[in-house]
Design a protein around this ligand. Structure first.
Ligand code: PDD
Length: 284
C-alpha cells in the first residue's frame, strides 16, 4: 500500500506518518475515532459521523483541531488523493503528546489522523449469505457511548467468537445483548417488529442504527427501542447488525443455532436496500 494519509495538517506517504511515543492515544487510549463509508467517492451518512465526533470530543474535553468545514474538506481531499471509490475513512483524534500522567495535561495539542481503506462495502458477498455470531460476556468499560480507541476487549471478544467458529461476537450484559463487537445488534420479531436496544452509556450510539430506525418507520415497520435477551434473539424471525462498514448485515446463526429460516430475512434485505438507496442518494 502506498496511501497518502493526513497527519496534523500534512499530507504524507503512509510510511512517513509518525507520531510521538508520548502520544496519550498510545499510552492511555486517550483518543476517539470515527469510521465513515465511502461509496462512489462520496461520504455516506457524514452528518451523523461528524456530529458524533464532536460529542465524543466534548465528553473527553478534547478540542477539535479543525473547524467542521475544514474537517469535511479533509475527508473529501483524502478520498480524492487516494482515488477511493468504495471503502472507508478512519479518523482519529488523540489528546496529544505529554509526559505520562493520569491527569489530562493542561496544554496538549491534539493529534489528528485520517487514513483510507479500500473495501467492498456495497457488494459485500456476506450480505447475501448472512453471518453467524457467538454470545460473549460484555466486559468493556461503562462509557461505550464515547467512541474511544479502547478496542482491546471487542478485539478479544471477536477472537473468541471466531475460535468458536462464528464470524463475530454479540456481547451480553446482565442477561441482555448490548451490541456486537463493532456493530449495533437488532432483531425482527415473528410479528415483524424491529427491536433494537435504546440509547444509553451501554452502547455506542450507532449512526447507521439511527438511519435504520428512521427508514424502518417510514417504511411502516414498527420499531421498539428496548433491550432483548439472547433467547429472544434465538426465537426471532430475523436478526442483523448495522455499522458504517457493513450497512445492514443479516445474522443467520447465534451460538450455532439457526435464526428464522437460516437465510437473510425479507425485512433485513428490505432495510439494506432502502439504506443503500436513500443514503447513497444523500451521500456528499
Ligand atoms: N464500529 N457499536 C460499536 C461498538 C461499534 O464499534 C460500531 C461501529 C457500531 C456501529 O456504529 P455506526 O453505525 O455509527 O458505524 C456500534 C466501526 C465501524 C468500527 O469500529 O470500525
Amino acid at each position: 500500500m502506498n496511501r497518502t494519509v493526513y497527519l496534523n495538517g500534512s499530507w504524507l506517504p503512509e510510511a512517513d506518518a509518525k507520531i510521538s511515543i508520548f502520544d496519550r492515544g498510545f499510552l492511555f487510549a486517550d483518543a476517539i475515532y470515527e469510521v465513515t463509508a465511502v461509496v462512489g467517492g462520496k461520504l455516506v451518512d457524514y452528518a451523523g459521523h461528524a456530529a458524533r465526533l464532536q460529542r465524543s470530543l466534548k465528553e473527553l474535553a478534547i478540542t477539535c483541531p479543525l473547524s467542521p468545514e475544514a474537517l469535511l474538506d479533509v475527508h473529501r481531499e483524502i478520498v480524492a488523493r487516494n482515488e477511493v471509490t468504495e471503502g472507508l475513512i478512519y479518523l482519529q483524534v488523540s489528546r496529544g503528546a505529554a509526559d505520562r500522567d493520569f491527569a489530562y495535561p493542561a496544554h496538549a495539542t491534539p493529534t489528528l489522523v485520517l487514513l483510507t481503506q479500500t473495501k467492498a462495502v456495497l457488494d459485500n458477498p456476506r450480505a447475501k449469505t448472512g453471518i453467524s455470531v457467538a454470545t460473549i460476556p460484555d466486559l468493556r468499560w461503562g462509557r461505550r457511548d464515547i467512541k474511544t480507541v479502547q478496542l482491546l476487549f471487542p478485539s478479544m471478544a471477536k477472537m473468541e467468537a471466531m475460535r468458536q467458529g462464528a464470524d463475530d461476537a454479540w456481547l451480553v450484559e446482565d442477561g441482555f445483548i448490548t451490541e456486537g463487537s463493532s456493530a449495533t445488534a437488532h432483531i425482527v420479531t415473528k410479528d415483524g417488529v424491529l427491536v433494537t436496544r435504546g440509547l444509553s452509556n451501554a452502547i455506542l450510539h450507532g449512526i447507521t442504527r439511527a438511519s435504520i430506525i428512521d427508514i424502518a418507520r417510514s417504511a411502516g415497520i414498527a420499531v421498539e427501542e428496548r433491550a432483548f435477551t439472547p433467547d429472544e434473539a434465538l426465537a426471532a424471525a430475523e436478526a442483523f447488525i448495522t455499522s458504517a462498514t457493513s450497512f445492514v448485515m443479516p445474522v443467520v446463526r447465534i451460538d450455532g443455532k439457526t435464526i428464522g429460516t437460516g437465510v437473510p430475512g425479507p425485512i433485513s434485505k428490505q432495510l439494506r436496500e432502502l439504506y443503500v438507496e436513500s443514503r447513497l442518494a444523500a451521500a456528499i
